[in-house]
Design a protein around this ligand. Structure first.
Ligand SMILES: [Zn+2]
Length: 258
């Protein structure tokens, strides 16, 4: 039996797109980097894609047509992390160029709303969106850093930053075959900055990943479970879906309250 997922661009076809109109594009954006010892390099990309698909499925079921674009696997990396084999660093300037090209295509096609679904803390899309918003004045360009949406502590004992309990739980739920047993994972222990101003977050500088973590993880994954991942993802994608349903109902210039 053919079960079409018309809201996933990689899986749909020209026939469906002539029959159905989609007003919002979701752009999953990840990174390609080591994730402790137990999670795949594609973790951020796979999560952003699956979270976008889960959200789009819920929106579609309510009649809101949101198209999930192919995920971009190219993230901005920290010093230290980028020196690990096959960690693929992408500069913010390259990300801007990619985003501009995608916006240029969508704009020609009359698709006026794009929402980036970002998985990776090093990807900072706000300045890029500000720049592009001047060029594409009549479009809506939005961002959801999904890991910042929820009170993560309500769902995980110790959510963690990178390959910790939260990311591991999500991957165990979506991709159980691609996660190593947790007795093979590192503990994701980290070294803090020695300077008080950096420790207290008075000042910021990127962390050197090799100095901060021995196993590349930041956060202990040991208490992760697919059940925790599912509970979090259901609540997260409900909230994201509600936003997209709202967004679908207004033109980009009408997002302000009257
Ligand atoms: Zn990650």
């Amino acid at each position: 039996m053919i079960s079409m997922k018309n809201y996933i661009l990689n899986k749909t076809n020209w026939k469906s797109l002539q029959e159905e109109q989609f007003g919002i594009a979701l752009l999953p954006w990840g990174a390609t980097e080591p994730h402790n010892l137990h999670l795949p390099y594609g973790t951020d990309t796979l999560q952003s894609e699956k979270i976008a698909e889960m959200t789009a499925a819920k929106a579609y079921a309510e009649g809101t047509k949101v198209m999930v674009l192919p995920a971009i696997p190219l993230g901005v990396q920290n010093p230290g992390q980028v020196d690990y084999p096959f960690c693929l660093n992408t500069s913010p300037g390259t990300q801007l160029a990619i985003l501009r090209d995608i916006m240029t295509s969508l704009d020609r096609q009359g698709i006026a709303k794009l929402v980036i679904i970002n998985s990776h803390g090093g990807n900072d899309f706000k300045p890029l969106i500000r720049e592009l918003q001047l060029q594409f004045e009549t479009s809506f360009i939005g961002l959801i850093d999904w890991f910042r949406v929820m009170e993560n502590k309500d769902y995980f004992d110790e959510p963690g930053d990178h390959a910790g309990e939260m990311e591991t739980s999500i991957m165990q739920y979506f991709f159980p075959d691609d996660v190593l047993p947790l007795d093979q994972a590192g503990l994701g222990q980290t070294k803090a900055f020695g300077l008080k101003g950096l420790k207290d977050k008075l000042a910021w500088t990127p962390r050197n990943w090799q100095k901060v973590s021995a196993d590349t993880g930041v956060g202990n994954p040991q208490r992760a479970s697919a059940q925790k991942g599912e509970r979090f993802l259901e609540a997260l994608t409900d909230q994201m879906k509600a936003f997209l349903v709202e967004l679908d109902q207004v033109a980009p210039q009408d997002i302000y309250s009257s």
